[in-house]
Design a protein around this ligand. Sequence first.
Ligand code: GDP
Ligand code: IMO
Ligand code: MG
Length: 432
Amino acid sequence: MRKADILLGLQWGDEGKGKMVDFLTPKYDIIARFQGGPNAGHTLEFEGQKYVLRSIPSGIFQGGKINLIGNGVVLDPVLFRKEAEELAQSGHQLHDCLYISKKAHLILPTHRLLDQANEAAKGKAKIGTTGKGIGPTYTDKISRNGLRVGDILDRFEEKYALAHQRHMEMIYSLNEAAVAKGGTPVSLDGLESLEQEWMQAIDYLRQFHLIDSEHFVNKALAQDQTILCEGAQGSLLDVDFGSYPFVTSSNTICAGACTGLGIAPSRIGEVYGIFKAYCTRVGSGPFPTELFDETGKKIRYIGHEYGAVTGRERRCGWIDLVALRYTIMLNGVTQLLMMKSDVLDTFPVIKACTAYRINGELTRDFPFSIDENVEPVYEELPGWQTDLTHCTKQEELPQAFINYVNFLERELNTPIKIISVGPDREATIWRE
Ligand code: GDP
Ligand code: IMO
Ligand code: MG
């Protein structure tokens, strides 16, 4: 019996998961997304082309692989259709290579409105969600009100009408509360046409292989097939362990692959933990190493740190080893992949946060809450000031960069096996 490997983000998302899943795909038979939905934006670049995937796994470009959208994913049929049709236009037909779990939950148009209404109700305390209806869809799942992909195969209109009615009552009541507080209610304009488009997208979805994916995955493992589980978001956005409540609504850590695909913990093999050489975050919430100065702006500019889904500016800062040690622990990471090393090429000094000072006390453990009392303690290392994008193998990497990598390995107590030095598939270096 084979074990499934997992690749997941260790920070606040956008670590470069799409690029690395695509890079590792040749080693696998099946690539499976296990949580999240179109809040994800996974970017891949190769042969001069750039693609951003939201719901579709990043294994579709290497040919001959099965890609699976697992039960833990939430799927918006309209966005899915758009994504699939755009890929078809660029010559990537998905009907044979994409399977979808019948137990994946559906994002309704009203879920998106509820996402907006919830954010509006929070006012200044808003989470800064991607607005894709993620929170309300997972809320319906947990409160046992959700609609699943498998539901579209039988008397779906009836089930939809009930969910619609329930959501409308919630939206009316949230709107009333908003008006009472002097806020702006969520507009229902255009909802009817959105629902029509959504229903057409449901018909489109019916053309795909809708399967009992837990059986599929376990049979594949029993037949010695290899599986790579693709995470979305990052561990610091995990609903249990992230910077709650500024998190997403799913378990982004490796346990999410067990529940999101039906793979037993004893069947997990390698856990690839992916991180950037610095740190970014989109949306609200604490970020101890955030930089508000020119250095932060420079990282954003060089790293093109703008959201792949919303186009929002990503907040940028130095690498946070306290947070990384925490997420490596939670995930049982067996190998690290370090991304966007080239973005730091021109910095004379690189800083790394090795501990937090909280009310005068030093700690290396990630605390319950991160607030203004948490002060990052930095170690400074000399920058390499060399263009890494020209490096194609380990021997070509400058000594100052190797020193930085060795320092991180010591601090994190985990081997860094892959170094990424550019967005392209080829700009990737294996370390022995
Ligand atoms: P994901 O959500 O984890 O898949 O990451 P995103 O695609 O949202 O963001 C990562 C961004 O960095 C994308 O634009 C990638 O093309 C880009 N990228 C990935 N690896 C590297 C790298 O090593 N260097 C540079 N400069 N860009 C990279
Ligand atoms: P990938 O897979 C970065 C953030 C949002 C917001 C919070 C909650 O590309 O790394 P949600 O819409 O999920 O309810 O928003 O989570 N967020 C992400 N940040 N990368 C992502 O995905 C994200 N998905 C959600 O910005 O702060
Ligand atoms: Mg992303």
